[in-house]
Write a protein that binds this ligand. Structure first.
Ligand code: SF4
Length: 370
């Protein structure tokens, strides 16, 4: 059985009816209970639970301290290439957008790596567009041979691969994968992924478990908040993370909660996700899966990231740019071609200072390759 079988079972629930019929007593019972029944996650994500956010936040904070302590892992993204063969309606790298495109040479990769490493960061996240010709697995492996000299942990946010390809990357130095399903609603998925290899919903859906089987140490799932009804999306993503935890006990499982940001192109946000909604999502996930890593990226503003920090966040990006070569190389023309606009431009030192001031330990390194 794979997660696609579980999705089949739950995707057509009458979500609207279930969410709106939940009573305050059912929500209170769900907050108090420690079970991992899907019905409990539905209750925690319901509109009725909005009236219990304070008690949910207190419990979420306590669970986060119990499982992660007062620590936040910091990482920095590095874009290797923005060539892409997909037309994802919501993304600035969309193949239809006319923009400067480049793939970093190995010399450029080294220059970016040296700069990021000089900030003290040891956890790197590499990203590419979806192009097997311009940023092939072989190219990514060449980059890893450079990057391994600078970082103790390297994760990838790249197009979906086969299990053998993931295993090959693990042998070459990748230890983590982040792969957003974007939306678990197959009809919306079909509509916003207008063309390209990413249109294969099931191949992408099953990628996190292929990565977990391949020996990846850390696997993160995610939805792009704003594409569809967030309560339903987060419910199905929560079950996906639960599936990974249940089936791959030796793999750290995490979730990311990116919200749609301005970018090049004509796509307009489809559904509203408020700051209070984001807070509810974080506390609901923490109560449902106490050991789940939760990342909050620079898509959100500095103020909001700090407000959400105690609710269950375990990883944050710092010193971010969403441009290829954006740390040391991007030309003024390329400066105008981000994947999306970031809302929190703070560098690593500023993030460290903020965390220390709030009583947290910024963690720059918690693992290294053997
Ligand atoms: S989201 Fe990824 S696959 Fe889609 S257009 Fe952007 S870079 Fe390409």
């Amino acid at each position: 059985m794979s997660y696609s079988d579980i999705l089949l079972k739950y995707k057509d629930l009458p979500f609207e009816k279930i969410f709106h019929e939940l009573s305050p007593q059912e929500v209170e019972r769900s907050i108090a209970s420690g079970t991992q029944e899907p019905e409990r996650l539905l209750a925690l994500l319901s509109p009725t639970a909005e009236g219990f956010l304070e008690s949910m936040a207190q419990k979420a904070h306590a669970l986060t301290l119990q499982h992660f302590g007062r620590t936040i892992q910091l990482y920095t993204p590095m874009y290797l290439s923005n060539f892409c063969e997909n037309e994802c309606a919501y993304c600035g790298f969309n193949a239809r957008n006319k923009m400067p495109r480049r793939t970093l040479t190995l010399e450029e990769v080294e220059k970016e790596a040296a700069f990021i490493a000089s900030t003290g960061i040891e956890h790197l996240l590499i990203l590419t567009g979806d192009s097997r010709t311009k940023s092939s697995p072989a190219y990514i492996k060449e980059c890893l041979s450079v990057l391994k000299k600078y970082f103790s942990s390297i994760s990838a946010e790249i197009y979906a691969l086969s299990e053998e390809e993931y295993a090959d990357l693990v042998r070459s130095g990748i230890d983590g994968l982040t792969l957003y399903q974007e939306t678990y609603d197959e009809a919306v998925y079909e509509r916003v992924h207008r063309s390209g290899p990413k249109k294969d919903f099931i191949f992408r859906l099953d990628a996190p478990e292929r990565a977990a089987r391949s020996g990846m140490r850390n696997v993160n799932v995610g939805v792009l908040l704003g594409l569809s009804d967030w309560r339903k999306e987060v419910f199905l993503m929560g079950l996906h993370a639960q599936y990974l935890q249940d089936h791959f006990g030796d793999v750290e499982t995490g979730a990311s909660l990116p919200r749609l940001r301005p970018h090049a192109g004509d796509f307009k946000e489809m559904t509203e996700v408020s700051n209070a909604n984001i807070a509810q999502i974080i506390v609901a996930l923490r109560l449902f899966l106490p050991r789940l890593g939760i990342a909050l990226s620079t898509r959100e503003s500095a103020g909001l990231r700090e407000d959400l920090l105690p609710l269950g966040i375990t990883r944050m990006s710092a010193g971010s740019t969403t441009r290829v070569g954006g740390h040391t190389i991007a030309s003024p023309e390329e400066e105008n071609a981000p994947q999306f606009e970031i809302a929190d431009p703070r560098d690593v030192d500023a993030m460290k200072a903020m965390l220390v001031a709030k009583g947290y330990q910024p963690v720059l390194k918690d693992w290294m390759q053997i």
